[in-house]
Design a protein around this ligand. Sequence first.
Ligand SMILES: [Fe+2]
Length: 293
Amino acid sequence: MRLRSVELEVRDRASAVAFLEDTWGLLDAGTRDGTSYLRGTEDLSYVVSVAQADAPAVGAVTFSGSDTEIASIRSRASAAGVRCGPMRKFDEPGGGRGFLLEGPEGQVFRFVVEKEAAQKLPVERDRPMQVTHVVINTRDRDACTRFAVEVLGFRLSDRTRYMTFLRCDRVHHALAFAQSEVSSLNHIAFEMVDLDAVMRGVGRLKDAGFESVWGPGRHGPGNNVFAYFVAPFGATVEYTSEVQRIDDTYKVGGPDDWKWPPNRVDHWGASTRNDTAMSEAGRNFRFKQIPAA
Ligand SMILES: [Fe+2]
């Protein structure tokens, strides 16, 4: 199973799409029923969908997998009494069928068996390849982590004082929960081909009038290079590269393994973090409720 896409709703679809394409570097993957689809260069039909709405929201965080993987999540969810939408077909790039499922704090996860594989495009330094992780703010991080492990079948990769990192394939984390007072989207991370591509992205955003709210730097858990920005539609987005690939021999770290020296918030120590901007943006996107069946 892999992280596939994030389904966003925004107040001004046209300007959000313009930013994601012209500045962030995603490619047009078509529009259907008033929803714009955007892709990266990896073999995924799309990685972000953008629909117009009265308020910003996350419609779903979508994972794609095999029939067996999706069926086993559905059966564990039913056994655990988790609220699920019906199995249905999705009319979107890649097609396929699947279902929506509600997390402990109303998070909406979607699991899809894709019908049509997408063609991988040539790598370009100025374009994201794919979405590599999504971080969700949670009020009860332990409960959400148990849910991700026991119901969704994710594996724990690392825990720090404020965050829990989970994986569904070899990428160190596809999903992470951040301790918060609200349940909302913390940020979406887009994988770039290398450090140079991340730095070129920082420059491209600067040219367009956007200063980073954190980074460039290198994280502890996952060891990935990062640079965070608040997009004009209000969500925090991250360029990242070199994210660690791990397997079951990985030693799961705890809070004592991930301590920084005073005044340091990453390996390099060169960046400052705009906590106010990140915390404000982290409240903008709440999860939309699963429609009643
Ligand atoms: Fe991140």
